[in-house]
Write a protein that binds this ligand. Sequence first.
Ligand SMILES: Nc1ncnc2c1ncn2[C@@H]1O[C@H](COP(=O)(O)OP(=O)(O)OP(=O)(O)O)[C@@H](O)[C@H]1O
Ligand SMILES: [Mg+2]
Length: 486
Amino acid sequence: MARLDVRCKVDLPVSVMFDCDRKSGITETKFTSLSLGGGFIEAVPPSAENKIIGLKYDLPKYGEFEVMGEIKRSDEKGIATQFHNLNRDAKLKLWDYIRENISDDLSCPYCGKMNTQKLRKCDRCGWSLTFYSQGYIVEHEKESFINRLAMKSESFSIEDIYKILNFVDVEVLKIGKRLDINEEFVGSSQKMLNVFSMIRKIAPTDIPVLITGESGTGKELTAMAIHERSPRRNKPFVTINCAAIPENLLEAELFGHEKGSFTGAHKQKIGKFEYADGGTIFLDEIGELSTNMQAKILRFLEDKVVEKLGSNGGRKVDVRLIAATNNDLNSAIAKGMFRKDLFYRLDVFKINLPPVRERGEDKLILARYFLNKFSKEMNLKKTFSPEAIDAINNYDWPGNVREIINKVRRAVVMSRESSIMPADLDLELTTMKMEEVTSLKEVRNSIEKQKLIEAMKHCNNNISKVARVLGISRPSVYSLRRKYNI
Ligand SMILES: Nc1ncnc2c1ncn2[C@@H]1O[C@H](COP(=O)(O)OP(=O)(O)OP(=O)(O)O)[C@@H](O)[C@H]1O
Ligand SMILES: [Mg+2]
């Protein structure tokens, strides 16, 4: 198999420090071969456990270099070591040295095939052999990086792949880095990383988005994050809470009205759809729309023409639509309460925000984020006690992020000490989960039943005796027998 790096035979003196901590036991020896990734050293390691070694070598023309190495394997001829902290400059100088050492070589330094014709590309392994061409090493490093990743990728899980792609998007390519999602949008659970990645992908497009999730999971925050990362970010982001505006006012609010179009319409008013021209409309709680308004919104979405109440003509606007709901729209459709055709218009790209109870360690990450935020705002120094951390982790947070915000804000204000306790968070009595309460009841029932069976056996089914043994009344014994069918 061809190597990923050029390796050449050398005779380069090197000082090896086998015990880096104690800086003792320096062995003067030599590299017999070298590549950009490591080298083979003529030496016998003193101890099998010691894997990390220090290396000092002098490169002709460039001077002295000190690097860390890891012993990868050893045999009677010496040890193969991998370099650990070779910076870019040291690497380029080492490359110069290696390049000079392979210039007289008649074989391919990747796969060893003889190359007497001085081919520019090895006809066995395919690596380019034009070592003196400009940018050779940079191109080579890119190509070998892809190969290394491909070799390692066999052991990647699908979660690893998402994490890597997310890292490449955010940290390397800085996609969506303008207003970094993680700065305002806290989360590192896999489910939230997927949400962030969806936001980044959909934001630059004009595709409508439907955001679903329980109350307080961050639907509005998601809608804003999409808008802020879209080319429409300098235009309005207009939120319409479909549940908050009474039906009779909603139409005028959305479409606007002409002067005198109804009693009280003293002057012309521009509706929210028109105001949002060039930007984004966020229809929040879309599941609460009346069927009448659903029909009007559907018509608008089809032609994007705003017709003010009382006007004869309309005006075309350019808006991107984002909708959100915490209702199950499918069941609303089944009950005839939500229009299927409107649903299909909205449900082009769906982002589902998981409830906080499904976000694993994000519970604590969110709580700590808000603790820091509120402590700073109030100029206080607060931390969570270990009991509070347990309580935060064990609680289900039915009100999701909004509940975390409220409880942490309360705790920062209420706690007398710098260390916040569960009671400050109002979590003292609520830390037990519903399943645990049920299972406790089950445990009690099963013990009760078991004890009754034992007592009945012991007392030969004599109810008075059973009552005495168990310390309960006779009617209670009858009632327990009925309860457990004994
Ligand atoms: N992952 C998060 N990181 C930081 N803050 C968050 C996060 N998710 C939500 N928030 C904050 O929590 C609060 C509630 O979020 P938001 O209003 O977006 O939720 P929602 O799903 O629209 O709730 P509702 O259904 O009740 O309207 C907001 O203050 C928001 O900024
Ligand atoms: Mg909301």
